[in-house]
Design a protein around this ligand. Structure first.
Ligand SMILES: [Zn+2]
Ligand SMILES: [Zn+2]
Length: 127
């Protein structure tokens, strides 16, 4: 495989236009190669779109709601059990910890998901 611009061996392919590039012509971006100075922004845009997709997928509503709910539920069970033994018993303290953790996880997930969705929409808008 030869470089699209030169009679030298290519080291990779531009992620945007699929042309073979030698090491002088390509710009090595984090997740792929791009024509130097020509398709760098296109490939960067593509990469950020893929990254956002991946992140949005990873933090699906299922994980956003059921994960924290599980911790809160466990916390309630522990607290109830500990409450009967006394407010300074280990299960009660653990249970309270679970509830606090579950609630903050829920709040964090919600704002995180919102941020990703907003960034994603902004990038789509630019195209
Ligand atoms: Zn290109
Ligand atoms: Zn070249």
């Amino acid at each position: 495989m030869k470089c699209f611009n030169h009679e030298v061996d290519a080291v990779g392919i531009c992620k945007h236009c699929q042309r073979a590039l030698c090491k002088d012509c390509c710009q090595d971006l984090e997740f792929g190669l791009a024509c130097k100075g020509i398709h760098e922004t296109n490939v960067e845009m593509l990469n950020s779109l893929i990254e956002n997709n991946k992140r949005a997928y990873e933090s699906q509503p299922k994980a956003t709601i059921f994960g924290p709910l599980f911790y809160v539920f466990m916390g309630l069970v522990f607290s109830y059990y500990g409450y009967q033994k006394g407010l300074d018993s280990l299960p009660f303290i653990l249970g309270s910890g679970f509830i606090v953790f579950g609630v903050s996880l829920f709040i964090f997930n919600k704002s995180f998901l919102k941020k990703v969705t907003t960034e994603y929409d902004t990038n789509i808008g630019k195209n």
